[in-house]
Design a protein. Structure first.
Lengths: 251, 286
């Protein structure tokens, strides 16, 4: 297993009293799907958002420790935050298209980073929409508003938009929780294909989804990592009592 | 169970009645204003009023029109609104994107609210003092600057309310793509708030074009059509005021006609901006 992201002794506080993450140490393998599971409020999303410094946007947050991306600490003072964020595509809980057309949504990232222009941009937009499995449904209305798409289509648009800035990592924060079963299946299928080329980190509270997708599992409880390891080991032979209880649906 | 249901239906009925009553009072006020302006103003309204400037004897009932005031008001309000937009849009974006949740932002909001409440005659006096210090005379430019100050707090706070409704996640997804704050502000937040900007401009324009006190000293009054930023201009509210103050009934009637023109301008601008806001909101994320 080749490590892609290494988290060393990460502590996160939202206010002085409440500690969201306590001394997290995990390793996230390259080109696999890592699933973070655990009960609500255990810090799953906090851990996910710490991986591309989206956590910095939260008011009153304080972060200590290291997150090493290919060996580079993204919390080091000389790090360009926008460059870090560009390395990861985010799929939020509810899809949020940008207030513009379908085409412009996908082109947005490539335009702000001056990656492509003109015909090249057109081809790239098509490529990423195909990669997200949305091209056939939108090719006739590329310049229509993105908000007119169904929620399931919007989430695939968000996937295409995230892939377009050529990230190495895809972060999903319960990306199927707002979707109907068929759209959810669509997204899951894409993620399974995309792990060939991308490292995928997924937060989910649906155990069945975790079992379908995970190569590697992180189980969190009350801001701590209780157990992590290859999916089959954690699901079949959990070492910790709390993991066993959670998997059996006891809390 | 039955009794509880009755109390609830009674409550519902009372509140429905109150809301309906409030609406009726408001609608009746609007209706009577329109009727008054129409009944008294329409007979005096003619093509000449819209296309000519006052002749020498206009204020004693002779020939002429109020083109000077119509154009003056449009120039003043449009100029003031554009100038206020140049200041309030960056302020509103700054408050949300850079200073979100800080004490500084709340102080700015508080000062805007205080400025909003200051009577426009005070703005007029302030503008006049400023102009005296700068050696300026009453002029279109002076009026535009003073009106911009009157409109600034309204526009900023209206935009601020719109901008604060923008979901955090929308900014988050933009940052997640590696955008800077400026790119997020200009390309995402700005587009999301476009219909709100139009509405804010409409509110400010409405206040600006209807304001008499702030332009009284700063823009002055003239019977000529405005041709220069540095010359005095007439305005419709002052045209109403001066004509209503004459002892001649036919001139007073023209005051109502001027008020009718002012009302129609505001109505057209409102309808137009609603149409524009509707067109702009097709991309907006709900």
């Amino acid at each position: 297993m080749e490590a892609h992201i290494r988290v060393n002794n990460l502590n996160v506080n939202y206010t002085s009293e409440h500690q969201a993450l306590k001394g997290i140490n995990v390793t996230i393998p390259k080109h696999q799907i890592t699933v973070i599971i655990g009960p609500s409020g255990c810090g799953k999303t906090t851990l996910l958002k710490s991986l591309d410094r989206l956590l910095d946007l939260t008011d009153g947050v304080s972060i200590s420790g290291e997150v090493l991306l290919d060996g580079v600490n993204i919390y080091a003072p000389d790090i360009d935050v926008t460059a870090v964020r560009k390395k990861a595509g985010l799929l939020p809980q509810r899809p949020f298209p940008l207030p513009m057309s379908i085409y412009d949504n996908v082109a947005y990232g490539m335009r702000i980073h001056n990656m492509r222009k003109g015909k090249d941009l057109d081809r790239a937009v098509q490529h990423y929409l195909e990669l997200a499995g949305l091209w056939d449904e939108v090719k006739d209305r590329l310049h229509g508003p993105a908000v007119r798409l169904s929620v399931g289509q919007q989430q695939r648009l968000c996937l295409a938009r995230g892939l377009a800035v050529e990230p190495e990592i895809i972060l999903g924060d319960e990306p199927t929780s707002a979707l109907d079963p068929l759209s959810a299946q669509h997204i899951e299928k894409r993620l399974l294909e995309l792990k060939q080329d991308y490292t995928v980190v997924l937060v989910t509270h649906i155990l069945r989804q975790a079992k379908r997708l995970a190569d590697y599992v992180i189980f969190m409880y009350l801001g701590e990592v209780v157990e992590c390891g290859p999916a089959h080991e954690v699901f079949e032979n959990p070492r910790q009592e709390r993991t066993r209880a959670y998997l059996q649906g006891l809390f | 169970m039955k009794k509880r249901l009755n109390r609830q239906t009674l409550e519902e009925a009372i509140f429905k009645g109150l809301a309906g009553g409030a609406f009726l009072i408001m609608a009746a006020a609007l209706f009577f204003i329109l009727v008054t302006v129409l009944v008294k103003g329409l007979p005096a309204l003619n093509w000449q009023m819209l296309t000519q400037v006052p002749t020498a004897g206009y204020y004693v009932g002779k020939e002429g029109g109020i083109l000077n005031a119509i154009l003056g008001s449009l120039y003043l309000a449009a100029g003031g609104t554009l100038l206020a937009l140049l200041l309030s849009l960056p302020i509103a974006l700054y408050l949300e994107v850079y200073a979100r949740g800080t004490r500084w932002a709340n102080m700015v909001r508080l000062s805007m609210d205080v400025l909003w409440g200051i009577p426009s005659i005070v703005y007029g006096a302030f503008g006049f003092t400023l102009m005296l210090a700068l050696g300026m005379r009453a002029s279109l430019l002076g009026g535009i600057i003073t009106l911009a100050l009157v409109e600034l707090p309204i526009m900023t706070r209206a935009m601020d309310e719109v901008i604060r409704l923008i979901p955090f996640e929308l900014k988050e997804v933009s940052y997640a793509l590696g955008s800077t704050r400026l790119e997020t502000a200009m390309k995402v937040v700005f587009r999301q708030m476009l219909p709100g900007i139009v509405t804010a401009m409409l509110l400010a324009f409405g206040r600006g074009i209807g304001d008499a006190a702030s332009v009284l000293f700063t823009a002055g009054y003239t019977d000529r059509v405005p041709t220069s930023l540095l010359r005095p201009v007439a305005s419709l509210p002052l045209a109403v005021f001066f004509q209503l103050g004459t002892p001649y009934p036919e001139v007073q009637q023209r005051a109502y006609a001027a008020a009718l023109i002012l009302t129609l301008i505001i109505m057209f601008v409102s309808l137009g901006s609603r149409w524009i806001a509707g067109r702009l909101s097709q991309n907006v994320i709900k």
